[in-house]
Design a protein around this ligand. Structure first.
Ligand code: PEP
Ligand code: MG
Length: 910
């Protein structure tokens, strides 16, 4: 049944009818306004139009049946409650029309304030304002005309796509005529003139007069908010934040309250704890005599919230009480928007606040200490992406680096890069592989592309709640905002600061924790969290709030997870590092990496061997080198399982490039030099040249084609294990055969390997398992047969994705994935996060059929996906035994494996 067919569906909810659990239907803002209303907090009355109504509108281009009538009924109820009618010329009710999706998308969608104003009701609004305060009739007129010009501006931009700059120019023009740069210097007459100018702009652009019918204004504004779900920047933001594209936004219609009615009015934003560090306290910004958009846009500089205690102690203390209540109720950091209208406090929004990665861990730990949540909940509230961020390096500032400017540490981290002044330039330079810092006076939603491309963002205006700050924090990007010592000149492509001029392309460094800005590149140092994992943390910091919280939550994750976490490592040093990060074995040791460097020559000899004797000699020379490699790794892993994969890549990778070799040989022949050896090499390279090497002679195919190659490796592994064991150590080798597609391939390799193992191991007590990678789709689909010959499976999701999709893993991401992402064919590269439906299905089939044939078959994954947070959850669900990833991602995988376990436990018990 389509949405329109569901006659009688409820599309509009009064605030008193909703609650915070209804976020899917009412969006985050609507659900939380309802929750606050029901808690008895001072919320202006209003109603919410559901996301379902939005989806139906977007699908059909018209309001679903019943919506218009329901809006009418709720508007009438609102009018009754307020004792005013929408746009009444004498005593108008005004409303705001605000977007609010299931997931917060700051600044990405639209809002229209002051709906209900027209040429007549503007007079009524002035009378309302002056009757509430008879001494203020001049300022009441000013206020009313200012509100009207804001409506035309927002409505024009949002509903009718009038370019915003045209309104801004007209306002600047009025200020210039007045000889001022401050909006507040414009009086009622000036603003009346601005309204006239705005109306002309509106008519010029749309071909019609600005609508005077308040109900028409409301309907058009609601439609525009619906449509803003599909605005380009909203689509981009969703893709970046992995928010599903089909949720739609709710629309909140709320009675207007005014923060711009004079010095006893104002508006602000507050956090119940510091969203940067998690520290307890009062954090926020306040702007007297202003509307909310002024704060977020960073148009005027705010004062710290604590100032409100002096300006309006009653509202300040009421606000603190409400914040404490909200935090206790939501059991989390809340962020809040409020307005004070002539000394009366109104709550306009609350939500569980965005926070930095460090604050997420610290706050989760604090809330456990405060008894508000348990450790499972704490684990649920942090994630691997945040942990990864905490493992980023920071600036090393022990020597003489003096900052040239200081702003607000708006989103932590350290970033250096070439300065750019426009989003487009940021995108261009980033595409060339350069690291860039986007420098703006302030950002707006149109800068999103540049913010995504940049390493860091630096603005000269705006606070912790400015657009730049909020969006950067959400993305985990370094941001310094409000560095007001910087004069940004975008057209001249430069900024000046303290006598220095910094041009496009010059390098600067910004510290998003301290807010400091440095000229040139500043060296970086590792994070405390990494030092903690590595055991190298200065004892003075071992017990700081962040390290304590990470330790506690990681310990809990380890206790809860079912998946083991191994690492991909090919050297003793990598293995040692991974163990410090908590790896419980090696899931993939890529032996081809051991054939590079000065061993290349031996491999060349092996490949070019003309006779059995030549080949045997080359293998004999490689054997002791390989054995020593494995001894080092087994020692480091001290009895933990080590999966050694037999050599995989195409042989030509060990030989010189064909074209270069051909040219060298031709030149040498021309000179009459003796080139017999080079000619033989060239002939071999030609013989081995493949059009599709990734689908060619590699993996098990090599082992079957070059006699003795796998046998040498198997012998080296077994001998190393025996040597380590005889030395009093322990070794648990697992030999893994790559690129198997048919059980016969595995059986052939296995038969030879077993003979060698039996001969080498003797009575040493060493046990060697033999298993296979599952990375060719045919292997996944015949897993039942393959399991008969394999003691374990490890999913090679890189190749499985490559061959499952038919995407060359070396080429496609750079070549055309941008288009696939743009079209939403996938939201993230399937090489980065597992494609659950396709490649994931192959894994499910192989796991089920493998285990059916061999109960208890050990299953793991060693492709890149083993360290990707979302994919780890999938591997938990499918019942794998372990994931294996690069050393640096081991902590992330441990944390996510713990989260996956509590989430499944939670859904089982529901
Ligand atoms: C894989 O294909 O997922 C894998 C781990 O092997 P490699 O990346 O070495 O091909
Ligand atoms: Mg592979």
């Amino acid at each position: 049944m389509t949405v329109q067919e569901k006659a009688g569906e409820k599309f509009v909810y009064d605030f008193a009818e909703g609650n915070k659990e209804l976020r899917d239907l009412l969006g985050g803002k609507g659900a939380n306004l309802a929750e606050m209303t029901n808690l008895g907090l001072p919320v202006p009355p209003g109603f919410t139009i559901t996301t379902e109504a939005c989806r139906a509108y977007l699908a059909t281009g018209r309001e679903p049946d019943g919506l218009t009538g329901q809006i009418e009924a709720h508007l009438e109820a609102l009018e009754r409650e307020m004792g005013r009618r929408l746009g009444d010329p004498q005593d108008p009710l005004l409303v705001s029309v605000r977007s609010g999706a299931r997931f917060s998308m700051p600044g990405m969608m639209e809002t229209v304030l002051n709906v209900g104003l027209n040429d007549r009701s503007v007079q009524g609004l002035a009378r309302q304002a002056s009757s509430a305060d008879p001494d203020s009739s001049g300022s009441a007129d000013r206020f009313a005309w200012d509100s009207y010009r804001r409506l035309i501006q927002m409505f024009g931009k949002t509903v009718c796509e009038v370019p915003g700059e045209q309104f801004e120019h007209a306002l600047d023009e009025a200020k210039r005529a007045k000889g001022s740069t401050d909006d507040l210097d414009l009086d009622a007459d000036d603003l009346r003139g601005v309204v006239e100018a705005y109306k002309k702009i509106f008519a010029g652009h749309t071909g019609r007069e600005f609508p005077q019918d308040p109900r028409e204004q409301l309907d058009l504004a609601i439609r525009a908010v619906f449509a803003s779900w599909n605005a380009e920047r909203a689509i981009l933001y969703r893709r970046q934040e992995r928010i599903p594209a089909d949720l739609g936004t709710a629309v909140n219609v709320v009675a207007m309250v005014f923060g711009n009615l004079g010095p006893d009015s104002g508006t602000g934003v507050a956090f119940t704890r510091d969203p940067g560090s998690g520290a307890q306290g009062i954090y926020g910004d306040y702007l007297a005599n202003a509307q909310g958009e002024d704060v977020v846009a960073g148009i005027r500089n705010t004062v710290p919230l604590q100032e409100l205690e002096r300006l309006d102690p009653k509202s300040y203390h009421e606000l603190l009480d409400i914040m404490a209540r909200l935090e206790g109720h939501y059991r989390d950091l809340c962020d809040i928007e409020f307005t004070i209208e002539r000394g009366k406090l109104w709550m306009l929004q609350t939500r569980v606040g965005k926070r930095t990665a460090a604050a997420a861990f610290v706050i989760a730990g604090q809330l456990v200490d405060e008894g508000l949540i348990d450790l499972d909940e704490a684990l649920h509230r942090v994630n691997g992406a945040q942990l990864a961020q905490l493992m980023f390096p920071r600036f090393q500032l022990d020597h003489d680096f003096a900052p040239v400017a200081r702003g607000i540490g708006a989103s932590p981290g350290a970033a250096s890069g070439a300065v750019v002044f426009t989003s487009a330039r940021a995108v261009e330079l980033a595409a060339e592989g350069r690291s860039v810092i986007l420098v703006r006076r302030e950002t707006n939603p149109d800068d999103l592309n540049g913010m995504i491309a940049a390493q860091g963002i630096l603005t000269s205006r705006g606070g912790k709640t400015s657009h730049a700050a909020v969006v950067a924090r959400g993305m985990g990007k370094t941001c310094v905002s409000g560095a007001d010592g910087i004069e940004v000149d975008v057209p001249a492509k430069r900024f000046t600061v303290g006598g220095h001029t910094v041009a496009e392309g010059d390098v600067v460094s910004i510290d998003g924790t301290t807010g400091k800005v440095y000229l040139g590149e500043v060296p970086v140092m590792p994070s405390e969290v990494v030092q903690y994992f590595e055991g190298s943390l200065d004892p003075a910091h071992v017990d700081n709030a962040l390290v304590r919280a990470v330790r506690r939550i990681m310990t809990h994750a380890d206790g809860r997870r079912r998946l083991a976490v191994r690492t991909n490592a090919d050297t003793g040093a990598d293995a040692a590092r991974a163990r410090r990060f908590g790896a419980e074995g090696i899931g993939l040791c890529r032996t081809e990496h051991m054939f590079l460097g000065d061993r290349r020559e031996l491999v060349e000899r092996l490949i070019l061997a003309a006779t059995d004797t030549d080949r045997t000699a080359a293998l004999a020379a490689l054997l002791p080198l390989q054995r020593q490699d494995f001894v080092e790794i087994f020692r480091e892993m001290a009895g933990l399982p080590v999966t050694v994969r037999l050599i995989d890549p195409p042989l030509h990778e060990f030989l010189p490039p064909l074209e270069q070799l051909a040219v060298n040989v031709a030149v040498a022949q021309e000179r009459g030099e003796d080139v017999a050896k080079e000619e033989a090499l060239l002939a071999a390279v030609r013989r081995m040249h493949e059009e599709n090497p990734m689908l060619g002679l590699r993996g098990v195919r090599l082992g079957l084609v070059i006699p003795g190659l796998f046998a040498m490796q198997v012998r080296a592994i077994a001998e190393a294990a025996v040597a380590v064991t005889r030395d009093g150590g322990a070794a648990c080798p697992e030999i893994m055969v790559p690129l198997v597609g048919a059980v016969q391939e595995l059986e052939t390799v296995r038969a030879e390997a077993e003979k060698i193992i039996a001969e080498v191991v003797g009575d040493s007590g060493v046990e060697v398992l033999i298993g296979t990678m599952i990375e060719v789709p045919r292997a996944a689909l015949t897993a039942g047969q393959i399991a008969e010959a394999a003691q374990f499976f490890s999913f090679g999701t890189n190749d499985l994705t490559q061959m499952g999709w038919g995407f060359s893993r070396d080429d496609v991401e750079g070549a055309f994935f941008w288009r696939y992402l743009e079209l939403g064919i996938f939201g993230i590269s399937p090489f980065e996060s597992i494609d659950r439906d396709g490649v994931g299905r192959l894994i499910r089939i192989a796991a089920e059929e493998g285990r059916a044939a061999r109960p208890g078959l050990k299953l793991g994954v060693c492709g890149e996906h083993g360290g990707d947070p979302d994919s780890v959850h999938f591997f938990h669900e499918v019942g794998l035994d372990y994931v294996s990833c690069s050393p640096f991602r081991v902590p992330v995988a441990r944390l996510e494996a713990g989260r996956a376990a509590i989430e499944t436990a939670g859904s089982d018990s529901r």
